[in-house]
Design a protein around this ligand. Structure first.
Ligand code: 5CA
Length: 438
């Protein structure tokens, strides 16, 4: 992509809208714009990051055996009356009335919708277990939207729902998601700690929040130092169900809890090994048994011919929140430092003398070669000062910068800079291409 043909609305100054680094950087780097309180438009660069995160989430859900579908954003109130949550949910629910005076709502989550769909589709124990997921916009009329996309009112969530015949099966489905979440966050370069959590309005009796440690996080967490260890455990393969269950049993031996779930006796036992920190909740998983299947009349035929309400769980990841959370975990005084896996473009080319024919010819050639090799490149081909280009490229945080200037061009080389380490090296266009082709 040529920057001269792109829409990248960078801000030179900090915005008074934002109070933490990630929100400030998302506005300054032109990723999002607020259109109403807690509601954001995703500008082209921001959308690319959102899509890359969504893709990793989907790949790991698929790997764990979950099946993708898409549920609507607008839901009928009657489904929530069946489960009893319509009145219980309170003012966070955005309630809508259509022209026929029917009550609708903008979905804050989708337990009722998925249960109503599966009660019509899954009739026998032979059709279990199943886990379905979708990546869809949600709306919660948060009393205090803040920190940009981290606590928005409209936000993108991956929500998955599992259906099992019995409790052991449901625990196994839960454990698969636990492992899928560790894999998902690790692929984004994040270390999220699974902490025992309060199920809140979703209900149920087993729940973990996945917390990314960050000073500006909204959650307080208390955990065994093992969770802070640099060496990450090797997660098992999904083909071995017993290994999945054994892995989760082993990991959950180590204490980790959110504020509401603290166990003072367990903490006293940890002594020096207890850590406390603030963090960002990037995922939350729940097991809630038959809460929805029972209240909404979903029954399947068991192996003995009897009718049973399936055991369910639900599993959320804050896809749009992750964009902010990753920046919170990975930035410096010059801007964002994207982990390669989620970067909007892999390489940024800076032509520092667009008015010079030989320099532009070289920059065009490198751009053509890299894009031809399938590398996602943002090419700053504008006729602007070098200083502004360097600052802009650092701000948007692409992992690699290729700097093309007249002095190097005379010797047939360009400069390659790593955004994360700041290391620079001179390299020929051919060697550069070979580096990124792999
Ligand atoms: N039905 C369950 C799981 S599918 C559920 O709704 N869980 S949740 O309430 O914990 O939300 C799942 C994830 O969505 C959270 O872990 C968080 O990462 C994200 N999330 C929740 N509220 C917001 C919000 N206001 N803004 C951005 N992300 C949010």
């Amino acid at each position: 992509m040529r920057l001269s043909k792109y829409v990248l609305p960078l801000l030179r100054e900090d915005s008074s809208e934002a109070h933490i680094a990630s929100h400030q950087l998302m506005l300054r780097a032109g990723l999002v714009r607020q259109t109403a309180s807690g509601i954001y438009a995703w500008m082209p660069l921001g959308l690319k990051v959102l899509d890359r995160i969504g893709r990793i989430v989907r790949e790991e859900q698929d790997r764990a055996g979950a099946i993708e579908m898409l549920m609507p954003t607008i839901q009928p109130a009657d489904l929530w009356r069946e489960s009893g949550r319509y009145d219980a949910y309170g003012p966070e629910m955005l309630r809508i009335r259509d022209r026929h005076d029917r009550d609708l709502l903008f979905g804050p989550t989708a337990e009722e919708v998925i249960t109503s769909l599966m009660r019509g589709s899954i009739k026998s124990y032979r059709d279990l277990p199943r886990t379905l997921y979708n990546v869809q916009w949600k709306f919660r009329d948060e009393i205090r939207p803040r920190f940009g996309v981290m606590r928005g009112r409209e936000f993108l969530m991956k929500d998955a729902y599992s259906f099992d015949l019995d409790i052991d099966g449901a625990r196994h489905s839960y454990n698969r998601m636990y492992v899928a979440y560790l894999r998902t966050f690790a692929r984004m370069g994040l270390h999220a700690i699974p902490t025992k959590a309060d199920p809140g309005p979703i209900g149920g009796d087993m729940s973990h929040e996945f917390i990314l440690l960050a000073d500006n996080g909204e959650s307080d967490v208390f955990f065994h130092e093992e969770w802070a260890a640099e060496t990450r455990p090797q997660v098992p393969d999904f083909s071995d169900g017993d290994a999945i269950d054994a892995f989760v049993a082993d990991r959950t031996r180590f204490y980790a809890a959110t504020d509401e779930m603290r166990d003072t006796a367990a903490e006293a036992g940890l002594g020096e090994k207890l850590r406390t920190a603030r963090g960002i909740e990037v995922g939350h998983i729940f097991y809630f048994g038959t809460k929805y299947s029972e209240s909404m009349g979903m029954k399947v035929q068991g192996p003995d011919g009897d009718l049973v309400a399936p055991q369910m769980g639900s599993y959320g990841i804050g896809v749009s929140r992750l964009v902010g959370a990753i920046i919170e975990a990975s930035h410096d005084e010059n801007g964002i430092v994207w982990p390669e896996a989620v970067a909007p473009f892999r390489v940024g080319i800076i032509n520092i003398r667009a008015s010079d024919e030989a320099t532009t010819a070289m920059a065009d050639k490198v751009y053509g070669a890299l894009t031809g090799a399938g590398v996602d490149v943002l090419y700053d081909d504008r006729d602007e000062r070098g200083g502004a280009k360097f600052a802009g490229m650092d701000l948007i945080g692409l992992p690699w910068q290729v700097i093309v200037g007249p002095k190097g061009v005379e010797r047939g080389v360009v400069e390659l800079k790593s955004r994360a380490t700041g290391e620079r090296e001179e390299i020929s266009p051919e060697a550069l291409l070979a580096r990124f082709q792999g």
